[in-house]
Every structure is written in structure tokens, then in C-alpha cells.
Design a protein around this ligand. Structure first.
Ligand code: T5A
Length: 207
């Protein structure tokens, strides 16, 4: 059995990850690839419960360490019960956010050390890394405006613009550090152009 490919979609709030995930899934299925679509934080019953804790607003502030550890607790469940079994069965996994989001939000946004995140990454993931990461990048205001149209903000979306600027910078740094894996896609262009750019990159993986 040939192991499946692991593709992640990343980017700040409202850049179009969910919209394009559905598009990529259809594209891969047209090429006879069996795809598992999932998301982080979440993807299993327990990890979705952790997602609620992370995204809901609480009267008690979540400490930065608690937030980081909850992200990785959800990830550990997700890898064990969804991602690894699917890849081992030859299915491709398409995931809305993964550990690059931790480097961007907890690292960039919350100023947590990269070495701490790396330590948890190695502990929880072992050698597992995405085969391809599509990083949708757009100026912060554009993404926030798109997200705002959707309704009430969650705990992260309620952060200040400066937080999202730090997140964006950290994502771009990740792309610089891992150019072979992370492909940057300009998300502030018409959807049809974004999707043309996505197909160009995915096509190289299909070959
Ligand atoms: N988090 C997550 C961490 O802090 N650390 C971690 O390790 C992980 C894994 C998860 C939150 O958790 C944090 C980050 C997040 O804050 P989420 O719901 O997964 O939350 O992430 P969001 O970014 O909030 O997801 P959104 O649904 O808001 O954004 P998307 O998916 O990027 O955007 P999408 O596809 O819903 O599009 C938004 C709107 O824009 C339109 C769409 O039609 C839609 O209406 N749109 C476009 N309009 C014009 N032109 C285009 N090119 C467009 N593309 C999309």
C-alpha cells in the first residue's frame, strides 16, 4: 500500500482556507484520489471538544501554556485516530490548519518560543510533517473583513489587529524556513485566480 499524501492549508483569519479546501478536494477526487478532509483544532470527537474550549470565550482567561498544550492535545488525538490511519491506508489527508498555525498564532501571536513549540511538535508528531502546505496570504484587514461578514467573532478573532500582523509575519517566516514544503499563494485576488494558483502547485504533487 502506497502511503497517502498529507496536505495542509494555512493562513490568517478569513483568507479562504475552508472555501479552497472544498475546491481542492473536488480536484483531487477528479483525479481518482481518495481524500479525507479534516481540520485543526478538531477532527475527532475529543479534539472537537478541545476546539470548543479553545475557541469559546470564557470568564477565566486561558493561559498561554494551557492554550499551547490544548492545541497539541487535540493534535495528538487527531494524528492517532484520523491522520495516521488514513495515510497508512493510502488516502490523502487535506487538513484545514496544522502545526504551522501553532508557530504563527502561539509563536508569533502569543510570543511563545519556537523551541518550545518544536519540542512539542517532535513529541506529538514524531517524524510526521505535511508533504505540502498551501499558505494563503492576504493583508490582515482583508481577511478580518471577510470573517466579520460571517458573524460573531470567536476567542481568536476577537484579538487586536497587531496580533494578526504578528501571526502573518510568523507564517511568512515559516514559509522562508521551509520553502520546499510551504508554497505561498496570494489570497487577495479573485477566487478563480487563487484556485488557478492552487492547482498549479498541487499538480506538481500529482506528477
Ligand atoms: N489556531 C489553530 C491556533 O491558534 N493554533 C493552532 O495550532 C491551530 C491549529 C481556528 C482558530 O484556531 C487558531 C487559529 C484560528 O483562529 P478556524 O475556524 O479554523 O479557527 O480558522 P479561521 O481562520 O477562523 O477560519 P475562517 O473560516 O474564518 O477562514 P477561512 O477558512 O480562511 O475563510 P473562508 O474560506 O471561510 O472564507 C471567508 C469568506 O471569504 C470569502 C468566502 O466566500 C467567505 O465568505 N472568500 C473570498 N472572497 C473574495 N475573494 C476571494 N479570493 C475569497 N476567498 C474566500
Amino acid at each position: 500500500m502506497i502511503r497517502g499524501k498529507f496536505i495542509t492549508l494555512e493562513g490568517g483569519e478569513g483568507v479562504g482556507k475552508t472555501t479552497n479546501l472544498a475546491f481542492i478536494k473536488d480536484y483531487l477526487q477528479q483525479h481518482n484520489i481518495t481524500v479525507v478532509v479534516t481540520r485543526e483544532p478538531g477532527g475527532t470527537v475529543l479534539a472537537e471538544k478541545i476546539r470548543h474550549i479553545l475557541l469559546d470565550k470564557h470568564s477565566e482567561a486561558i493561559s498561554e501554556h494551557a492554550e499551547l498544550l490544548l492545541m497539541f492535545a487535540a493534535r495528538a488525538q487527531h494524528i492517532k485516530h484520523v491522520i495516521e490511519p488514513a495515510l497508512a491506508q493510502g488516502r490523502w489527508v487535506l487538513c484545514d490548519r496544522f502545526t504551522d498555525a501553532t508557530y504563527a498564532y502561539q509563536g508569533g501571536g502569543r510570543n511563545m518560543r519556537s523551541s518550545t513549540i518544536e519540542c512539542l511538535e517532535n513529541l506529538v508528531q514524531g517524524p510526521l510533517r505535511p508533504d505540502l502546505t498551501l499558505l494563503l496570504d492576504a493583508p490582515v484587514e482583508i481577511g478580518i473583513e471577510r470573517a466579520r461578514k460571517r458573524g460573531a467573532f470567536d476567542r481568536f478573532e476577537a484579538e487586536k489587529i497587531s496580533f494578526f500582523e504578528q501571526v502573518r509575519r510568523a507564517y511568512l517566516l515559516q514559509a522562508e524556513l521551509h520553502p520546499e514544503r510551504i508554497k505561498l499563494i496570494k489570497a487577495n485576488q479573485p477566487l478563480a485566480d487563487v484556485q488557478r494558483a492552487l492547482i498549479e502547485v498541487i499538480h506538481t504533487l500529482l506528477r
